[in-house]
Design a protein around this ligand. Structure first.
Ligand SMILES: Nc1ncnc2c1ncn2[C@@H]1O[C@H](COP(=O)(O)OP(=O)(O)OP(=O)(O)O)[C@@H](O)[C@H]1O
Length: 448
């Protein structure tokens, strides 16, 4: 923002206009201009005033007419009306229309105006600050700034996210724990037209079934025992923005029906209420379960499945993101050292080998923890193999406990070897005693 505040005074009483001009110009940061008619003010709006004061009775138009005209060209500029008459009804009407203040011309007007301008100025600075912060936030949430990785698998995800961000289609994100489902949902929101509206996340697995309905849709005072006041639900909180329903697969059947009705009708009624609230909410759901399978098992309503599935984004586990393990390791290490004001560290060949050969059941969340721990354990400038500790609950020994299909295990094993041998297909084929063409075919069919 330019440091000078441009103030327009629209006042047909020349003498009074000059008094205001003189008074306000005492602040060197104010650039004050006086106009005697509404038309002159409108003709000069191109100068982009930061504030306008208007006399209610001008020779060429009334204050309310001038205010409406100003709003056409300058919808956000604060306008203060100064009137010779004390008509409460007029003042109320103007305030309803959106003027910032209404003053009666008397001995105090100059001081009132002075103080009002200070307040408005603070408001303008705050708005500017918010604008800058929002811009920084959007930049921060740029896909590639936030979601690190350069494997073909993650690049494909970026392409899908881009499509999702351009539209309001519902999105369903699947992936094992820690693969970045919430991060992806947030990044889609922050890159969509809704970025300035709320992003509200709710985890279905964390809320007791009996409270779910009220959490989602809100309730009125007295709707049930313990409802001591009105509560706004997550849907209402997210109105005009994005609602992220995490672990949707955990939703109780009865609540599923209610959710379906809300999504179909795009309106909701709070529990115990009759008012219909119109909704404009973009839904992003996430689950680590296979929703289609849940439908087949009768645990998830088929009609709701089709409502929420929208654009499906399947986040691959870290172990199938090839070079991303090292890419992310370096990223988390640099980030941790910087945040903790430690000198930067490198990763030894032995540590790289150890990191690449692990299966990461906790995915990126787990890798981050492992790297941060290694950074603390390591005394020198290089992370050694011995600095890397895998969390006891997620050992490779749990491999069979993952209960995957044979095809999934095959993919996992091949991916493990590809990571271990720097994506060298010839070596991997030899080690596993399979044809190179098998691996090429799987890559071609995007199974790796
Ligand atoms: N590609 C990535 N780059 C950088 N950080 C990431 C990436 N993916 C995930 N993370 C980080 O990993 C952690 C887990 O991510 P997130 O919570 O989004 O995963 P999730 O799939 O929603 O997990 P859960 O299923 O357990 O809720 C977060 O700290 C997130 O910032």
């Amino acid at each position: 923002m330019n440091n000078k505040l441009t103030i327009f005074i629209v006042e047909d009483d020349e003498w009074y206009g000059q008094i205001l001009h003189y008074h306000l110009s005492m602040n060197p940061d104010y650039d004050v201009k006086v106009f005697m008619t509404g038309k002159e003010c409108l003709d000069n709006l191109y100068q982009r005033p930061d504030l306008i004061t208007i006399d209610f009775s001008l020779p060429d138009m009334s204050g309310d007419k001038l205010f409406k005209e100003i709003r056409v060209t300058a919808p956000y500029v604060p306008v203060i009306v100064i009137s010779a008459q004390e008509k409460i009804a007029t003042a109320v009407e103007l305030l309803k229309m959106g003027i910032s203040d209404y003053f009666i011309k008397d001995d105090n007007t100059k001081e009132l105006l002075w103080n009002a301008i200070i307040k408005i100025r603070e408001n303008i600075s705050l708005k500017e600050e918010i604008r800058v912060l929002r811009a920084q936030l959007v930049d921060k949430y740029d896909f590639t700034n936030l979601i690190k990785g350069n494997s073909p698998a993650i690049l494909k995800i970026f392409a899908l996210m881009e499509k999702a961000a351009k539209t309001v289609i519902n999105v369903s994100i699947t992936g094992e724990t820690g693969t970045g489902k919430e991060l992806v949902a947030k990044a889609i929101h922050m890159n969509s037209d809704r970025r300035e509206k709320p992003f509200v996340a709710i985890n279905m697995a964390a809320i007791p079934t009996e409270l779910m309905e009220s959490e989602l849709f809100g309730h009125e005072k007295g709707a049930f025992t313990g409802a001591i006041g009105r509560k706004t639900g997550k849907f209402e909180e997210a109105n005009h923005g994005t609602l992220f329903l995490d672990e949707i697969g955990e939703l109780d059947m009865a609540v599923q029906s209610k959710l379906l009705r809300v999504l179909q009708e795009r309106t909701l009624q709070r529990v115990g209420g009759s008012e219909k609230i119109i909704l404009d909410v973009r839904i992003i759901v996430a689950t680590h379960k296979d929703l289609a399978e849940e439908v087949a098992k009768g645990k998830f309503r088929e009609d709701l499945y089709y409502r929420v599935i929208g654009l499906p984004i399947a986040l691959p586990p870290l172990r199938s993101r090839g070079g991303d393990i090292m890419f992310l390791s370096k990223f988390f290490l640099d980030q941790f050292c910087k945040e903790n004001k430690m000198p930067s560290k490198s990763i030894s060949a032995g540590a790289r080998q150890k990191l690449s050969s692990y299966s990461y059941p906790g995915n990126i969340r787990e890798l981050k923890t492992i790297i941060e721990l290694a950074a603390i354990m390591c005394d020198g400038p290089e992370i050694k193999e011995t600095d890397i500790t895998f969390l006891p609950t997620v050992k490779n020994g749990d491999f069979l406990a993952q209960e995957k299909t044979l095809k999934e295990y095959t993919q996992q094993i091949i991916q493990y070897y590809l990571n271990k041998y720097d994506e060298n297909i010839a070596i991997v084929a030899r080690k596993l005693d399979i044809g190179k063409s098998t691996i090429y075919k799987m890559i071609q069919q995007q199974e790796l």
